[in-house]
Design a protein around this ligand. Sequence first.
Ligand SMILES: [Cu+2]
Length: 200
Amino acid sequence: LPVTLVHAVEVVIEADGKPLENAVVTVVDSDQSVGSTSFVQIEQRGQQFQPRITVVNPGSQIRFPNRDITQHHVYSFSDAKVFEIELYGGDEPEPVLFETPGIVALGCNIHDWMLGYVYVTPHSNFGVTDRSGKVDLNVGDPSLAEITVWHAGMEDGPIEARLTDIDSGSDGDMTVSVTLPDGDPLFYEVDPLQTLFGEN
Ligand SMILES: [Cu+2]
């Protein structure tokens, strides 16, 4: 059997020269990898989706527990998943099944500013950038590895890049620059008064 060496690579995503949080980076596997299903949760806490970005493989289920005192009404009209959880409080609604690869935008009927995403990918190797724009990925041969990068503020779909084509920083980081025409829609502050009266 061939031996597959795995290399740890740190990828940095930036926009306008600044680190970009909440970007989804996937490794495009040439060997048709099949991801595994997971069972995760996206909380409604402080009148935000937490986390704002969740990445899963098809067949995964997501719970949407409400940790606030106020009720929420979570929905998506996206092609990859249409669903609605009507006004609910702290009780635990049924988990939602995500079967179709694609990008699912989450909203709340009550709180217009609440915005979140579920990114459903068939690839098993993915990550979401942290506040410093970084994500650690394991790849086979870095000179052959292809990645995709997506962020909610990007105008078109995910962009593709080869790790060899990416600027390599002085500390060995691979940096990908993306363009957000209208800024970062996921960088929003919750009204302090709303939080005061709405949060547990
Ligand atoms: Cu809400």
